[in-house]
Design a protein around this ligand. Structure first.
Ligand code: BES
Ligand code: ZN
Ligand code: ZN
Length: 481
């Protein structure tokens, strides 16, 4: 990601600058340019850009569409900033004046949207490239309003958190094993002032985290339970818990995936990465709630003593689970993590996981599924979703489907008897482990990764959920009784 700087005037070092243009604003650019726009089909719609032929001695000018002036919102600004940095070719230090174009939008929200658009669209995962050639290195953001500095600091922390989650999602499963994820989390916790606690395989056994042990059985890399705590500087206004699925690679276990199905499964820790990212941004965002994170880490592999379909384990909360498909492993490690979170009786628990392919069959890659037992919590997530543009869709937890999880030999089985509604079955399974704590579940499915470049989305890990979770925690208000 490029370095971001806040500046009150256009910096001399920038070799490119944007010219925000609303729909209908083309004429004001002068006859020649207006004619060029017409010939090139540039009308000022959001996402359109036009590089203006500029004398070499001057910075390159890029017209950037911001859409209808009276419809301008943070989403348009974010998209415009993303389109701009995608249009600047090989320029390495550029400036943007989009915050100034924001008009009546709250300037802090406008600044955040521009920071998000400019930085996330130019994110690249370069750690494994031998020649990380010419990428955008610096973006100067021109803004002058009172409070710009504070808004900039929190926006910067948030996009760095998204980049962290994308990096983790992009790192190969063979190197991002549980202990490596933990080491990364230690660095993050130190920098962000979070308390970190890690349980190793012995402690996991002593604490009776049967789901984690079950999934880890076929692996050579021991499991870890990672816990992080954010404590606000004044008395906490609420207690929240975040739980993220941290399967560092999902082969499916003995219920093995196909080659194609396995190809993307290094992404299966995206929920955990989103939680770690969100935790790192809570302080800079001025969060007043105390937030505890639980990230169960293991890969799902096969050896001669791997867990078998038909095996039964006892989860942390004492329920026995018959595992008929070892590829439905995320819910097994989440069962333990949710039980632990619920024991502390927080005001709300939110879990996030690449839990099912089924949610993507229902919603496509642009939406995550949202399920929950509490209206206030679901609404808080929907509000944060609207603000951040990380789209969720509320799905039901139909009580009448619960019988599909009845097991002949144990309290519950880990897959449903019906081939349909798999995301809901998974949600119903998780519900068994949250006791009576208000709970919401975000099933990322394939929204955790992208095979296309599109606005702020880059190929590979998307970091989906970081902004959604951070915004939900930072904006949290207790329900009125
Ligand atoms: N990690 C996968 C779900 C997944 C698949 C996420 C593709 C993102 C993209 C999960 O562990 C899994 O394999 N789920 C199974 C459950 C089934 C066996 C009940 C699925 O969705 O097929
Ligand atoms: Zn699986
Ligand atoms: Zn999985």
């Amino acid at each position: 990601m490029p370095t971001l700087t806040l500046t009150s005037t256009l910096p001399k070092s920038a070799t490119a600058v944007d010219v925000p243009v609303a729909v209908g604003g083309v004429e004001a650019l002068g006859d020649d340019l207006a004619r060029t726009c017409e010939l090139q089909g540039f009308t000022g719609e959001v996402g359109q850009t036009l590089v203006v032929p500029t004398p070499l001695s001057e910075p390159l000018q890029v017209l950037v569409g911001i859409g209808e002036a009276d419809e301008l919102d943070v989403h348009a600004l974010r998209s415009a900033a993303a389109a701009y940095v995608r249009a600047i070719g090989k320029h390495q230090a550029v400036a943007t004046t989009l915050v100034d174009a924001a008009g009546s939008i709250d300037p802090a929200a406008a600044l955040r949207a521009v920071v998000e658009g400019a930085s996330l669209a130019s994110y690249r995962y370069l750690s494994l490239k031998s020649d990380p050639t010419s990428v955008l290195r610096k973006v100067s953001i021109v803004a002058r309003f009172k409070g710009a500095k504070a808004a900039f600091t929190s926006a910067k922390a948030l996009v760095e958190a998204v980049a962290l989650a994308r990096d983790l999602g992009n790192e190969p499963g063979g190197s991002l094993v549980p202990s490596a994820f933990v080491e990364k989390a230690r660095e993050v916790a130190k920098a962000a002032g979070l308390k970190i606690t890690v349980w190793d395989e012995k402690r996991i056994a002593r604490e009776r985290l049967g789901g984690m042990q079950f999934v880890n059985k076929g692996s050579t890399h021991p499991a870890r339970l990672l816990m992080l705590t954010y404590t606000p500087s004044s008395r906490p206004t609420a207690n929240l818990a975040l739980v993220g699925k941290g399967i560092t690679f999902d082969s499916g276990g003995l219920s093995i995936k196909t080659g194609t199905g396995m190809m993307t499964m290094k992404i299966d820790m995206a929920g955990g990465a989103a939680v770690l990212g969100a935790m790192s941004a809570l302080g800079p965002m001025g969060t007043t709630a105390k937030v505890t994170a639980y990230i169960p880490l293991t890969d799902n592999m096969i050896n001669g003593d791997a867990s078998r379909p038909g095996d039964v384990f006892t989860a942390r909360n004492g329920k026995t689970v018959e595992v008929l498909n070892t590829d439905a492993e995320g819910r097994l490690v989440l069962a333990d993590a949710l039980s632990l979170a619920a024991e502390k009786k927080p005001d709300a628990i939110i879990d996030i996981a690449t839990l099912t392919g089924s949610v993507t069959a229902a919603l496509g890659t642009g939406y995550a599924g949202l399920m929950g037992t509490d209206d206030h919590l679901v609404r808080a997530l929907e509000t944060a979703s609207k603000d951040t543009g990380e789209k969720v869709w509320h799905l039901p937890l139909p009580e009448e489907y619960r019988k599909n999880l009845d097991s002949v030999v144990a309290d519950i089985k880990n897959i449903g008897s019906s081939p349909y509604g798999g995301a809901l079955t998974a949600g119903l399974f998780l519900e068994e482990f949250v006791a009576d704590v208000p709970w919401a579940h975000i099933d990322l499915g394939m929204s955790a990764m992208s095979d296309k470049e599109d606005g702020i989305i880059t190929k590979g890990g998307t970091g989906f959920g970081v902004r959604l979770l951070a915004e939900t925690c930072a904006g949290w208000k207790q329900a009125a009784d």
